[in-house]
Design a protein around this ligand. Structure first.
Ligand SMILES: NC(=O)c1ccc[n+]([C@@H]2O[C@H](COP(=O)([O-])OP(=O)(O)OC[C@H]3O[C@@H](n4cnc5c(N)ncnc54)[C@H](O)[C@@H]3O)[C@@H](O)[C@H]2O)c1
Length: 274
């Protein structure tokens, strides 16, 4: 597969994407390379990271890294600098979402403390560690763009995934801190609040239907929707956007909670509105 494009909007830039061995991270790594960036595909699953990097081609390298470990993040940043010589883009995408984590991350009364700590260690501390070790290289290189992948769970209360939700809310604040601290040195930091991306969630159709009802678009999310926004925020096209949270969720978080049930009620009464 050829993902390389000369003269793209990210030409001469070097990107780190964490959690890029699968899912949205892999899609974002591929898209960044398609726009001309050289990409470090970082994941705790080294084989998966290597496969994505091999698929992208010579613009990519892979590094097996547990982002919750400071020693491993430090070594990863050194390896990227040795291979590519600079760092311009950091996409903090990694999150722990395996079956065991999801099973233990419930409502607060039923919360496993181990699962809570793991969510914070990977989703929040991991992002901070990547910032801590990548930002000095960005400062030396004259600036950079950091993108943090959050979720609707990080902004809206829900039945479950309390640890994931709190870690994602923290990520949005980490992003604002970074934006405030290094903005004058041309480092931008933004959060994307991602909605449901169907390709990665084989949810039952009835649940998908309820979630789609809350969307303003006639469709649910696709990895390309997220990857296109990451490439935009990474590029100089977004030079005046920093410290912000962009919802990439088909309008799911933009409206009153009553919208979908009232639409159904009015439809049942044969009216478009009251
Ligand atoms: N898919 C969605 O619908 C959705 C919705 C909202 C937000 N998000 C966010 O987007 C990001 C990607 O989600 P996804 O659905 O592609 O998840 P995924 O589980 O498919 O991929 C996550 C990747 O992170 C890696 N990872 C886990 N722990 C790690 C660690 N300690 N160090 C390094 N890598 C680690 C995994 O190996 C995996 O490759 C996450 O931050 C998630 O919270 C996704």
């Amino acid at each position: 597969m050829s993902n390389e494009k000369a003269g793209g909007k990210l030409e001469n830039k070097v990107a780190i994407v964490t959690g890029a061995g699968a899912g949205l991270g892999a899609a974002c790594a591929r898209a960044l390379a398609q726009h001309g960036a050289r990409v470090a595909v970082v994941d705790i699953n080294g084989e998966a990271a290597a496969a994505v990097a091999a698929d992208i081609g010579e613009r990519a390298m892979s590094v097996r890294t547990d982002v919750s470990s400071e020693a491993q993040v430090k070594a990863m940043v050194s390896a990227v600098l040795e291979h590519f010589g600079r760092i311009d883009i950091l996409h903090n995408n990694a999150a722990v979402l395996d079956d065991a984590q999801r099973a233990g991350d419930r409502d607060v009364i039923n919360m496993s403390v181990e699962v809570w700590d793991r969510a914070m260690a990977v989703n929040l501390r991991g992002a901070m560690l990547c910032c801590k070790h990548a930002i000095p290289a960005m400062l030396r290189g004259g600036g950079g763009s950091i993108i943090h992948s959050s979720s609707g769970f990080g902004a809206q209360g829900d039945f479950t995934m309390s640890a994931y939700a709190a870690s994602k809310a923290g990520l949005a604040m980490l992003s604002k801190s970074v934006a405030a601290q290094y903005g004058k040195e041309r480092i931008r930091s933004n959060t994307i609040q991602i909605g449901l991306v169907v390709a990665d969630h084989p949810l039952p159709e009835d649940i998908k239907g309820v979630i789609l009802d809350g969307h303003l678009t006639p469709y649910l999310g696709d990895p390309k929707h997220v990857a296109d926004v990451v490439c935009f925020l990474a590029s100089d096209e977004a030079a005046f956007i920093t410290g912000d949270t962009l919802a990439v969720d088909g309008g799911f978080s933009s409206h009153a909670p009553t919208l979908a049930p009232l639409r159904a009620l009015f439809a049942a009464r044969g009216k478009a509105a009251y």
